[in-house]
Design a binder for this molecule. Structure first.
Ligand code: FAD
Length: 506
């Protein structure tokens, strides 16, 4: 017989930190539990937010639906734009360009994904660039966008178009704050100066503000960003450093004036010691250079960034420092680290806000009683580590699969030893174009395939079953998909027009 537990339900949650992590958590928890759980959020205006984090992945729309956020209002209030994927320039070799588009490439036929048929057609001199078979990668460089499937023809790929958002990070935190406060979250302004623990398991009992006020709760969320006040300073949970594979450890961020209509994609341009981002918003363009301090100086990085802006800078570049890696446990005792306090994977595929969302979802699924049963923590930590590690591997892929030899940085990442988990994915793809999705890993086949092909990694062969398809049928399939994509893209309005019609900021 199992022993009767004495734990009572969680009645109070204290969220320490009010960046995207803090306010996303506050909005979600107050939505889920209503007023049955008392939610308080502590943040310090003096410390402020990191203020970057402006590109996302398509999963955010599910979070918005959970919160019943109206998309047009959300885009309007955050000066947002839409994102069909990421354009990678100069990554395989200088002069190369490809798009990692969201959504699908072609369609599965039988048990095989479209790219297997395409590989054979290409070997026979028939298939064009893989990007020609994806709605997103064809539409993005043409500046086209459409979110709603309401006017899409039947069976059209437009009905399932996958997209994400770009937004102003500060406006996003404000937007969520308004919603969370309306749902009953209490905000406390102040700086936490001490964390008090007690009980047999060393749970956090209160955090103390500069004013002397103490805030107690059953469960604490550490959303203090890189400071990691609770999970790091108070609970001393160690950090796994992944910088041997992801050596970029600094960034300079600078907004510039908008030049021309916002592109419906993020741009990532590889530079001598890292890469530069370009994120188009309605009112400005966000830019930044992510680089490795082992391979370049801050002065050289600033010079390179400022020479490569396409509009007039609106501020001085803001320096940021980080280490890619994650806490050994994101949940320890009665503290769950969400956002940068828990870990950081550099922003190459815009995954940090997704990881916040995934962490919140996981916490909702495994929401504890006041005893924070260790079995729930073990499950939370194992799932989180799996997710972080798979995204880590996907990011390393971009660096490792390059032919660039023009700087010490590129030579290092091209020749470094990579994790066995990534080695396996690469070997499998090279063998005959295969990819197996494991568990709940975030990036699926189309993402991995687009990056591997985009950077010049081609399989030696294709799946043997493709050889059973008659050549005429194979060529007809590939030609048909290309035509369907092109005709659907021709129905899409310009991205700017779409924004003006649905969600222009006033
Ligand atoms: P923060 O925004 O740093 O918030 C921390 C909060 O804690 C603040 O409110 C602060 O006031 C509070 N705080 C800290 N100490 C105390 C204290 N003692 N007392 C009280 N309050 C305190 N993510 C993406 O998804 N897409 C991107 O394109 C992207 N680009 C990025 C580019 C760079 C260069 C970097 C470094 C990150 C990027 N990210 C991106 C990550 C993204 O910025 C963060 O995941 C996101 O902003 C969440 O941050 P946070 O809330 O964890 O931390």
């Amino acid at each position: 017989m199992t022993e009767q537990r004495t734990a009572r339900p969680i009645r109070s949650v204290a969220i320490i930190g009010g960046g995207a992590a803090g306010w996303m958590s506050a909005a979600a928890i107050s939505k889920m539990f209503g007023r049955t759980v008392d939610v308080v959020l502590v943040e310090s205006e003096e410390i402020g937010l990191i203020g970057v984090g402006e590109a996302t992945v398509p999963h955010l729309s599910a979070f918005n639906r959970l919160l019943e956020i109206d998309e047009a209002e959300f885009v309007r209030q955050t000066q947002g734009s839409f994102k069909l994927g990421i354009q990678f320039n100069d990554w395989g070799q200088i002069g190369d360009s490809y798009i990692h588009g969201f959504g699908t490439i072609g369609r599965d036929v039988g048990m095989l994904p479209f790219h297997q048929y395409w590989l054979k057609a290409r070997a026979e001199g028939r298939g064009g660039d893989i990007g020609r078979y994806s709605l997103n990668t064809v539409a993005a460089p043409l500046g086209k966008f459409m979110a709603s499937a309401s006017d899409a023809p039947p069976n059209s790929p437009l009905a399932e178009i996958a997209y994400a958002y770009h937004f102003d990070a500060v406006l996003y935190a404000r937007f969520l704050r308004r919603r969370a406060e309306a749902q009953g979250v209490r905000r406390v302004e102040g700086k936490v100066v001490a964390v008090h623990r007690g009980g047999t398991r060393g749970f956090v009992e209160t955090v103390q503000l500069e004013t002397g006020e103490r805030i107690g709760a059953d469960l604490f969320l550490d959303c203090t960003g890189f400071r990691a006040l609770l999970i790091g300073d108070a609970l001393d949970v160690g950090f796994d450093d992944w910088s041997q594979w992801l050596p970029c450890d600094r960034a300079l961020a600078v907004p510039c004036e908008k030049v021309g209509p916002p592109t419906p994609y993020t741009r990532s341009t590889a530079r001598e010691a890292g890469w530069q981002w370009r994120i188009p918003l309605q009112h400005r363009t966000g830019n930044g250079y992510v680089y490795s301090s082992r391979f370049t100086s801050d002065e050289r990085a600033a010079d390179l960034l400022m020479r490569n802006l396409d509009g007039k800078p609106l501020a001085d570049p803001k320096p940021l420092r980080f280490t890619s890696g994650m806490r050994r446990r994101l949940w320890d005792r009665n503290v769950v680290a969400v956002g940068l306090a828990g870990g950081f994977l550099e922003p190459l595929e815009s995954t940090a806000i997704y990881l916040i969302q995934a962490g919140i979802n996981r916490l909702m699924q495994l929401f504890p009683d006041s005893d924070c049963d260790p079995a729930l923590q073990t499950s939370y930590n194992a799932q989180s580590a799996f997710e972080y590690e798979r995204i880590r591997d996907f990011l390393i892929l971009h660096y490792h699969v390059t032919q660039r030899t023009d700087s010490d940085f590129w030579t290092y990442v091209r020749t470094m030893a990579v994790p066995d988990t990534l080695r396996h994915v690469i070997d499998l793809f090279v063998a005959n174009g295969q990819f197996f999705r494991s568990g709940t890993e975030m990036f699926g086949l189309t993402s991995w395939v687009q990056v591997m092909l985009g950077q010049g990694l081609y399989p030696q062969s294709h799946h043997p079953a493709v050889d059973w398809v008659a050549p005429a049928d194979l060529h007809a399939l590939v030609d048909h998909v290309e035509k369907v994509v092109a005709s659907n893209v021709s129905l899409m309005p310009a991205h700017e027009q779409f924004i003006a019609r649905c969600c222009a900021a006033s």
